[in-house]
Design a protein around this ligand. Structure first.
Ligand code: HEC
Length: 250
């Protein structure tokens, strides 16, 4: 043993490991005292990896651990699904629309909806929530359209009320010449012409089942209003002009 010099042993080890890949691994423990434990540990835990390890390099190989499946999955997974990009693009628009709807009353803002609101506040107390009547006569079941085939006459009636009509020298109202008993308050004191137009529209639509028709509204409109509410005729006409352009179906 003593006769073989260390450098020859070293050379034969290198030759052997160069010829047979496996040889290097088995030779490693004998190489040097200090690195022996690490080298044997490495070769026993992963023999395949040890084959490629050059024996001259004493460091244990940390690499060859197989990648765990969950890490593998994380690496190969697409980070952002294809649809998420377009969804994110639309997101700001969604918030704009959302904020916009917050400002809108749930019923909408068309003349019909506003008229229904006005009716509930100013008229339902006497005429009933569904137009069934109370202190005032019933308006539903077509009654209101029967009394006022002309929307203009109804607008004037609602604007002036019982006392206003009597002041204008009338003792009856409507196409059926109903005698004025009294008790219907003139609405011009509390509502503006637009609100009166809206509430009349709502009554005719909801209780009279009448569909809006601009020619029915325009019939005698200016004359009737000029005769009974001359001061506000222009304002009423302006509303009707608007309805002519944009029919008040909402
Ligand atoms: C204080 C109760 C009262 C309120 C409020 C009231 N009315 Fe009247 N209304 C009456 C009475 C009473 C009559 C009948 C008047 C008469 O004979 O002189 C009447 C009659 C009417 C008529 C005629 C109906 C028919 O066929 O004879 C209409 C249309 C009408 N009201 C609409 C309205 C509208 C629209 C409002 C709300 C803007 C309203 N009224 C608010 C009491 C009321």
């Amino acid at each position: 043993m003593v006769e073989i010099p260390e450098h020859l042993l070293e050379r034969s080890r290198q030759r052997r490991s160069a010829l047979t890949g496996e040889g290097g691994g088995s030779a490693a423990p004998a190489e040097s005292g200090s690195s022996t434990p690490a080298a044997t540990g490495g070769s026993s835990s992963a023999p395949v990896a040890a084959a490629s390890t050059a024996p001259a390099v004493p460091q244990p190989e940390p690499e060859p651990e197989p990648t765990p499946p969950w890490v593998e999955a994380a690496l190969t997974r697409k980070k952002v699904p294809w649809w998420a990009a377009s969804a994110l693009t639309i997101l700001p628009l969604f918030f704009i629309v959302y904020a916009w709807t917050l400002g809108e009353p749930s019923q909408g803002e068309g003349p019909l909806a506003l008229g229904a609101e006005t009716y509930a506040v100013s008229c339902a107390g006497c005429h009933g929530g569904g137009g069934g009547g109370g202190a005032g006569p019933a308006l539903n079941g077509g009654a209101v359209v029967e009394t006022f085939p002309s929307p203009a006459a109804q607008v004037a009636w609602v604007a002036l009320g019982s006392a206003g009509f009597q002041d204008a020298g009338r003792s009856t109202y409507g196409a059926t010449d109903k005698p004025i008993v009294g008790g219907m308050p003139g609405q011009l004191d509390s509502l503006d012409p637009t609100e009166i137009m809206d509430v009349v529209l709502a009554e005719r639509t909801e209780f009279g089942q009448e569909e809006f028709d601009i020619s029915v509204w325009e019939d005698g409109f200016e004359d009737t209003l000029n005769e009974l509410v001359p001061d506000q005729t222009e304002e009423f006409m302006a509303v009707l002009d608007e309805w002519n352009t944009t029919p008040p179906t909402g």
